[in-house]
Design a protein around this ligand. Structure first.
Ligand SMILES: [Zn+2]
Length: 501
C-alpha cells in the first residue's frame, strides 16, 4: 500500500496590516483528527478522499488555517512547521513514505522571514529528496523561486469565489497518483506576468477571467499537460515576488510546459486593460449619496461594502473612517431602522460591553491596530446585544457586541471575524432583511450576503485592503508593474523561469 503524507497550511497575509497573526487566531488540527473534521469544499478534503479512494494510506500531520490578517508570528509558524516535519520523520521511520501531497495557500507570509510556503517546501525537499511532492494552491498565490524549485507540481483554484477547492485538492492528488502509478515525470514552467490585481477585479464569473480560465481548461485537455494555473498573486503584500504567475505542469516534457505557459502569459497580459470592477463602485461619499438616494425605490436592503478594510482579504477591520462618515451624516438618523454596520475588530471594547445589555455607556473603539489610517471613535450609545463565543462558517469562537450609536447598530468583535454570513447580525437580534442600509467590511458580497442584498454598492474606502492600488505605498514590489506603471513592453518568453531557474 502506498503511503502519502498530507498537511494543510492556509493564510493570506496582508503586509500592510500591522496585526501579527498568532496562535490564538489559528484553527490547528493534528493527526487523525483531520479525518474527522473535513469540510466539503476544502482542498485537503479532496486530497485525502482521492488518495484513500485508490487505496492509499494517508498520513495526516497538521492542518492550520486562519482568517486572512497581518503577517504570521515567526515562532508560531516554526512551531507548526516543525510539528509537520517531526510527524513526517516519525512516519518515515515506521515505513517508507511514497509521496507528499499538500494543501497550501501560497501567499502566507511570516514576520521577519518573508514567504512561508517556499521555506517549508525547501525543508521538506531536503528531507525527502526523491519522492514526489505536489500541492494545491489558492488562486491568489504569489509564486516564488523556492516554491518552484522545491515542489514537483502545483495546481491552483480556477474559481473565484473559491468554489472548487475540493476539485483542486482532487487534482493535486491525481498528479500524485499519476507519478506513483504511471511513472509520470512532472516538469513545470513558470512565467511571471507583471500585474498587480485585487480579487475584486478578477472574479471568474465575469470577463476577462471567464475566457482565461476556459483557456486553462483547454490547455489541461492537451496530451501531456498535467495542470495549468493562473496564480493571480496578492496585491496587499509588499514583496519582490508580487505579480501574476502562469504555472504549467507537463509530463516529461518541459518544452511543452514552457510553450503553454508563455502562450497563457501573453494572453493574460493582452487582457490587462479588461480587468475592472463588476459592481457599482464609488468613492466613500458618493456611495452614501447613491445608497440614501435609492431608498425611495424600495429595493431594500441596500448593502455597501467598506472595501478598504476587508478582513477576509487580511485588513485589520478596525478602520473607522467610513463608519464616522455614516454616523455624522444627518440622513442616517432619519432612517426607519438603524444602519447595520459590520463591524469593528476591538477585543477591549467588546469586553467593555459585556454584562451591559440595555445600558447606555460611553465607548471608545476602533483604530487600535491600524493607527495610521484612522482614529478611534468615542461615542455614547446603548449596548443592544452581547453574544458569547459566537462562531459560524468555520470562524474561531469569540464574543460579539452590538452597540447602537448615532443611528447605527455597530458590531464590535473580540476575534478577527469576516462579515461573510448574515447570521453575524441575526444572532445579535438585528435582521438585515428589515433595514434600509447594511454595511459590511467586505469587497464583493459573499454569496450568503448577496442572497439578502437587493442592491450592492462597493465603497472605495481607506484601509489595508484599499482597492486603489496606485495609492498604496509599495516599497519592495518590482517595477515596472501594471497598473502602477502603464507604459512598458512585456512578452512571456522573456519572463519564463524554467526548472531550477
Ligand atoms: Zn484566494
Amino acid at each position: 500500500m502506498k503511503r502519502v503524507l498530507v498537511a494543510a497550511l492556509h493564510h493570506e497575509s496582508n503586509s500592510f496590516n500591522p496585526i501579527i497573526t498568532c496562535e490564538k487566531d489559528f484553527n490547528v488540527i493534528y493527526g487523525e483528527d483531520i479525518f474527522h473534521k473535513l469540510r466539503d469544499n476544502d482542498s485537503i478534503t479532496g486530497i485525502i478522499k482521492t488518495l484513500q479512494g485508490v487505496g492509499y494510506e494517508v498520513i495526516p500531520t497538521v492542518s492550520a488555517r486562519a482568517v486572512p490578517n497581518g503577517e504570521i508570528d515567526y515562532d508560531f509558524y516554526n512551531k507548526i512547521k516543525n510539528e509537520i516535519i517531526k510527524r513526517a520523520k516519525i512516519a518515515q521511520e515506521e515505513a517508507k513514505i511514497d509521496a507528499i501531497t499538500l494543501s497550501l495557500h501560497g501567499s502566507m507570509r511570516i514576520k521577519n522571514q518573508g514567504e512561508a510556503e517556499g521555506y517549508f517546501l525547501e525543508e521538506l525537499r531536503d528531507i525527502f529528496p526523491d519522492i514526489p511532492i505536489f500541492s494545491s494552491l489558492d488562486m491568489h498565490t504569489t509564486m516564488t523561486k523556492r516554491m518552484h524549485n522545491s515542489c514537483d507540481g502545483f495546481v491552483g483554484y480556477k474559481c473565484a469565489p473559491h468554489t472548487d477547492c475540493f476539485e483542486t485538492g482532487e487534482h493535486a492528488a491525481k498528479m500524485t497518483i499519476a507519478a506513483l502509478e504511471n511513472g509520470a515525470s512532472p516538469k513545470s514552467a513558470w512565467v511571471k506576468v507583471p500585474i498587480l490585481i485585487a480579487g475584486e477585479q478578477s472574479s471568474t464569473n465575469v470577463e476577462p477571467m471567464i475566457e482565461l480560465i476556459n483557456e486553462l481548461r483547454v490547455c489541461e485537455r492537451k496530451e501531456g499537460i498535467m495542470a495549468a494555473s493562473y496564480l493571480m498573486g496578492f496585491p496587499w503584500a509588499d514583496n519582490e515576488d508580487s505579480s501574476i504567475a502562469v504555472y504549467v505542469v507537463a509530463d516529461g516534457n518541459v518544452e511543452l510546459a514552457q510553450r503553454e505557459a508563455v502562450r497563457l502569459a501573453d494572453l493574460i497580459w493582452s487582457r490587462r486593460n479588461k480587468f475592472c470592477f463588476h459592481t457599482e463602485t464609488y468613492n466613500e461619499k458618493e456611495a452614501l449619496d447613491v445608497a440614501f438616494g435609492a431608498i425611495k425605490d424600495g429595493q431594500l436592503p441596500i448593502y455597501i461594502s467598506d472595501s478598504g478594510d476587508n478582513p477576509t482579504a487580511g485588513a485589520s477591520s478596525d478602520c473607522t473612517n467610513f463608519l464616522k462618515l455614516i454616523m455624522s451624516d444627518n440622513r442616517t438618523d432619519k432612517l426607519t431602522k438603524p444602519v447595520i454596520y459590520g463591524g469593528i475588530y476591538d477585543p477591549i471594547a467588546t469586553n467593555e460591553c459585556e454584562g451591559k445589555v440595555g445600558q447606555e455607556i460611553t465607548l471608545t473603539f476602533g483604530a487600535k491596530f491600524d493607527t495610521e489610517t484612522s482614529s478611534p471613535i468615542t461615542a455614547k450609545g446603548i449596548v443592544k446585544a452581547y453574544v458569547k463565543d459566537w462562531s459560524r462558517a468555520g470562524m474561531l469562537k469569540g464574543d460579539l457586541a452590538l452597540f447602537n450609536s448615532s443611528g447605527v447598530d455597530i458590531v464590535i468583535s473580540q476575534t478577527h471575524v469576516g462579515y461573510i454570513v448574515p447570521e453575524i447580525f441575526i444572532d445579535l437580534g438585528v435582521n438585515p432583511k428589515n433595514v434600509e442600509i447594511v454595511v459590511c467590511k467586505l469587497g464583493y458580497l459573499t454569496h450568503q450576503q448577496s442572497l439578502v442584498a437587493k442592491r450592492s454598492i462597493m465603497a472605495l474606502t481607506k484601509g489595508n485592503t484599499n482597492e486603489d492600488l496606485k495609492t498604496l505605498n509599495y516599497k519592495k514590489v518590482k517595477r515596472p508593474i501594471f497598473p502602477l506603471d502603464y507604459d512598458f513592453e512585456y512578452n512571456g518568453i522573456d519572463n519564463l523561469i524554467g526548472e531550477e531557474g
